[in-house]
Design a protein around this ligand. Sequence first.
Ligand code: ARG
Length: 460
Amino acid sequence: ISAKPWAGRFNAPTDAFVEAFTASVEFDRRLYPYDIQGSIAHATMLARQGILTDAERDAIVAGLERVRAQIDAGAFQWSIRLEDVHMNIESALTADIGEAGKKLHTGRSRNDQVATDVRLWLRDEIDTIRAEIVRLQTALLDLAEREAETILPGFTHLQVAQPITVGHHMLAWFEMLERDRERLADCRRRLNVMPLGAAALAGTTYPIDRAYTAELLGFDRPAENSLDAVSDRDFAIEFTADAAILMMHLSRFSEELILWSSAQFGFIELSDSFCTGSSIMPQKKNPDVPELVRGKSGRIFGHLMGLLTLMKSQPLAYNKDNQEDKEPLFDTVDNLKGSVKVYADMMAHVTCKRERMRAAAKQGFSTATDLADYLVRRGIPFRDAHEIVGKAVALGVREGRDLADLTLDELRQFSALIADDVFSVLTLEGSVAARDHFGGTAPAQVRAAIARGRQRLADH
Ligand code: ARG
């Protein structure tokens, strides 16, 4: 058993429980491709600066590639005694190539190493998540296109408000996801700054070229300040905040899909492939996927609070507390990625029950505002028109009939300005078609918005 890389100043071995308690390799080993990528770039820079020989660099690079292959193949022996992914890999490298392996850590610390690894990893994950969001947005645009003219009731307070089109409704979710996608792009831009070279906290005495290492790793630039570079985790918090907002959107969306697929609403049918049954009730088809996504929003909100609290009392610079950033961050990525993926797949297979939607829109006096607007066009101030229509609605409520089912004579008791052209504004189609301005629910506007949406996805 080789000694710990830092054992020099110690006289007693690490307590067995402390060894397990402080180790992170059980979870940080997933960073291994990025740890190796970072080490190869670091060694390449050291050789270019004359700090390592070319032969040492070649041995290091070849050795790290062998370690990578071994881990890929599941044949690597991870050891808790070596604490974390970084020391496991370095010690396997040295066991393989000897002296040169011991030189890899020149001008570097695990503090700048881990900060670099996590950024490289998260950068890739953000790219994957953004691509999944595009897939979901595309499914929503396709659904909006199929249902551009389908009418359903729009709700406020979950009470029928005004008729809208399904296309318009889906475009609302598209917009929220578009902001989520932009937020992640913004986060990526800020995190793409390289900590390497900060070493433990103060920088290093070797003549390193940080700009070159940054270029090799695809970072926009090296971090300006070494203390900041090793110690802050605001990029992780920012990402988790973006994830929490995205999950809040998906949770709202889930709530709606769950309601809509109930027998009481009956607006949509989720595909069998995305639902599950009951072990006791043979008739059940449960919307487990949206329910689970709604539930997962809770753990991600929790991770955001966890990370903020993790950082709030840390003095500069690195503290071991920071090791606790990984599990919440990994869990956030895994669950966010899974949620967006399953949503993209599920939304491509949603069927709208057009008749049910239409019937619901006909209930609840959804065109009452249209009648008020009709009276305004005949010269009545809006507040008075509101009052008049309110009385007509009260009659409809008493009689159990919709406004369009009242006779002209019945309507005219409330205002003599009502003529027989009123019925065209009381229809659902007339109501949605009349909202024909940028951002409105008219089918023509929805089609134009879908075209703009596709263009926005193509542009970035
Ligand atoms: N496993 C550690 C972490 O995740 C790596 C850095 C350790 N540095 C140290 N000085 N103990 O933060």
